[in-house]
Write a protein that binds this ligand. Structure first.
Ligand SMILES: Cc1cc2nc3c(=O)[nH]c(=O)nc-3n(C[C@H](O)[C@H](O)[C@H](O)COP(=O)(O)O)c2cc1C
Length: 204
């Protein structure tokens, strides 16, 4: 098959993580289109071990931010972090999540079961890798549609807290949260380190 778009590397380079949005909502139909693109990502034997939760109401954003925030606060306190710093971190995360016009939460679901731990871990790893590919498809498609997005790690540290906050099925394990919205034109993307092939690639 011939792929005609010769400008893909440039396009990939221009996608940036954006953490500030205009207030206007994101059309749900457009979000569905982006999720369909996510679902075209490579997956182990077409398994698509993913589920996507679309959130655009203040009530549900708050529930998710509070559920994950409480877990993070407990972890930070357990680590012995200064109370003032704990509040600062948890509040910043709360604001980031609740101020995005839409959230798309990518979950793992439907992994094959193996009797031994080695293969179970490999199955888990495959599912997570494919979830990452799906999220990248989602974010590139969002950029193509003129939307801004940012991947937020929080749920991978507390999948059960995120799941319970949203009342999801036990089998749906949240792993990647993507903030989505129309970009704030004043936002300046953080500096991106140069790709150093000499460190990252080895020719044999
Ligand atoms: C798995 C993963 C987790 C991330 N978690 C966060 C996060 O919690 N908060 C945040 O602001 N950005 C987060 N990011 C975005 C990265 O900071 C960002 O992709 C990186 O700095 C490169 O910038 P760019 O996407 O603009 O190229 C995450 C990215 C990935 C892939």
């Amino acid at each position: 098959m011939t792929v005609r778009n010769t400008n893909v590397p440039d396009f990939i380079e221009h996608r940036r993580s954006v953490r500030s949005f205009r207030r206007e909502p994101v059309d749900r139909g457009l979000l569905d289109t982006l999720i369909e693109a996510a679902c075209l990502a490579p997956a182990p034997h077409h398994s698509r071990p993913w589920r996507f939760v679309v959130i655009d109401t203040d009530r549900v954003k708050l529930a998710l931010a509070r559920g994950m925030g409480a877990r993070w606060q407990a972890d930070l306190e357990q680590d012995g972090v200064e109370p003032e710093r704990v509040r600062e971190l948890v509040d910043a995360s709360h604001a980031k999540i609740t101020s995005a016009p839409a959230l798309v939460l990518a979950c793992l679901n439907g992994l094959d079961r193996y009797p031994d731990e080695t293969r179970q871990r490999a199955e888990w790893g495959m599912a997570l890798l494919s979830l990452g590919a799906a999220v990248e498809n989602f974010m590139l498609s969002a950029a193509d549609a003129g939307l801004a997005s940012c991947w937020v790690a929080a749920p991978i540290f507390c999948p059960e807290a995120a799941r319970d906050a949203l009342g999801l099925e036990t089998e749906w394990l949240p792993h990647a949260l993507v903030l989505v919205g129309h970009p704030d034109p004043a936002y300046v993307a953080r500096e991106r380190p140069r790709v150093r092939l000499d460190e990252l690639r080895r020719n044999l």
